[in-house]
Design a protein around this ligand. Structure first.
Ligand code: AMP
Length: 279
């Protein structure tokens, strides 16, 4: 595995692979890698000739007072995991490499960037879309791999790719979960033992909502009430939002349908957790 830290070197690799007709699969991450990231790498490995992973904790997608400074990092462990997943190129640029000056060019995906996570974290999806667009131009992938765990992020990226006519296939893979259902996340490392025990409540609420829908309930209000009631029974867990939305536009629904999605965010102590489930 080759470790690359500069944009020109990464672009030279992309050009060279493409000139030899090699298909490039790309997995962008913020590091502190877990099984969720590894599942993206495994699929990228199967579907491409070369695999590039990036690790970059992107400052422009964090708001003031968010966890940029304490975001977990493990460079050595991440490197080992990428090697074990047969990654070819690990791109680890510094913030100065990605943003040599105060950025003045942004990608804004209007509409869906302003709801749910975007409403609570203003500017977050502008940061995400901008860095992913930049990384696409640096890595030059044919296909890029994302996790359904970040459902709204996937919708934003898809819309960006469509809107800018980017020649990259967006692949979204299912969420990898812990035994109790908690979606794997680098941020789970923030949870104290007692908090960790409570954290699967969001998953349990979605499962109950899905069961209720399966039994014939299609009223979004009643589905949401049942999920909220489950979460509210868990002391110390507060709800940021629990919603049922159209999977593409993320607009609220008058009536639930099978491809609709439950989206939720909760806070446990200082930690914010998000998850989702397609009905
Ligand atoms: P992050 O490092 O959190 O920015 O995540 C990098 C990529 O891994 C994103 O596309 C995430 O959606 C994806 N990812 C994170 N957690 C999971 C998970 N539990 N299952 C599948 N994919 C995930």
């Amino acid at each position: 595995m080759k470790i690359i830290t500069t944009i020109p070197e990464m672009q030279a690799v992309g050009r060279s692979l493409r000139s030899r007709g090699q298909r490039i699969g790309f997995v962008p991450t913020m590091g502190f890698l877990h099984e969720g990231h590894l599942s993206l790498m495994h699929t990228a490995r199967q579907e491409n000739d070369a695999v590039t992973v990036s690790i970059f904790v992107n400052p422009t997608q964090f708001g003031p007072g968010e966890d940029l400074d304490r975001y977990p990092r493990d460079a050595a462990g991440d490197q080992r995991k990428c090697e074990s997943a047969a990654v070819d190129y690990l791109f680890v640029p510094s913030a100065g490499e990605m943003y040599p000056e105060q950025p003045s060019v942004f990608v804004d995906v209007e509409g869906i960037s302003g709801v749910f996570e975007g409403a609570i974290r203003p500017g977050h999806f502008r940061g995400v879309a901008t860095v992913v667009a930049k990384l696409f131009h640096v890595v030059m992938p044919h296909a890029a791999y994302f996790g359904q765990k970040d459902f709204q992020q996937c919708a934003v990226i898809r819309q960006m790719v469509k809107g800018l006519n980017l020649d990259v296939a967006v692949r979204v893979l299912s969420t990898v979960r812990e035994q109790d259902g908690l979606a794997m996340s680098s941020r789970n490392s923030y949870l104290a033992l007692e908090e960790r025990r409570k954290a699967a409540v969001l998953y349990r609420a979605f499962m109950a909502g899905r069961e209720l829908f399966g039994a014939g309930e299609t009223d979004p209000g009643r589905l949401k009430d049942s999920m909220r009631a489950i979460i509210q029974k868990e002391p110390g867990v507060s709800i940021d939002y629990i919603e049922i939305a159209d999977p593409e536009s993320l607009k609220p629904l008058g009536q639930a349908f099978p491809t609709a999605v439950f989206l939720g965010a909760v806070r446990i102590g200082r930690t914010r957790l998000i998850d989702n489930m397609v009905l």
